[in-house]
Ligand binder design. Sequence first.
Ligand code: ADP
Ligand code: MG
Length: 246
Amino acid sequence: MNMKEPVITISNINHYYGKGALKKQILFNINLEIYAGEIVIMTGPSGSGKTTLLSLIGGLRSVQEGSLQFLGKELFGASQTKLVQSRRKIGYIFQAHNLLGFLTARQNVQMAVELNQRISQSEAIKRSEAMLSAVGLAERINYYPDNLSGGQKQRIAIARALVNQPPLVLADEPTAALDKQSGRDVVEIMQHLAKEQGTAILLVTHDNRILDIADRIVEMEDGLLTRDTQNPPMNSKVGVPISEHN
Ligand code: ADP
Ligand code: MG
């Protein structure tokens, strides 16, 4: 992939919920570009519009105003078929892992492979097992989610999101339900795999302790992007991450 061309280009996005007198603007003139292999962390208070923006980027909601290009393709005015096509190129990781309880770790990952790619079952199993090993779950491949810890379940969700090597991963507060160390482990695994695969990551978090894994930090406040900075800042002589000043 051309590193110069953004994976995502967002220009002048506005978004509204409700109709008529109840219509309320949630996003205001959002502009954002994300490049291949870049890890962007989005912070901001609850209710500021982060999940709404993620759902637009993920093709889970239709763009109402403005332009949103994913891999050079415009999503504004795109048909449902086009949105489905773009969704297939995105890995999703949510706060709750959304694993299927009646499937083992391997089967949860394998399903994502088989939905996306026409490959033999044995190849899908091989890829799923390799991915679970990459997130440190080689010994837990045949476990059901109920028998695994929160951190382990979230690692399965990461394996599932990354197994098809998507150009973009969207993660909405993936560490919110985890203790400090599991949260740290989970984002470090994401960071490592993303750099290896050239995957761009947009990760929403309230967790200040993981800001240092970001290449860039953007901040949402009341539906506006109020900050978009390199991490650590380019002009930082000592290279102290921004998080330590806050
Ligand atoms: P965040 O993820 O930053 O907490 P959200 O994008 O979830 O913010 O929500 C932004 C605002 O939009 C909030 O005021 C929320 O109540 C409202 N909102 C979110 N989803 C809907 C919806 N489906 N219908 C109406 N209002 C919504
Ligand atoms: Mg949210």
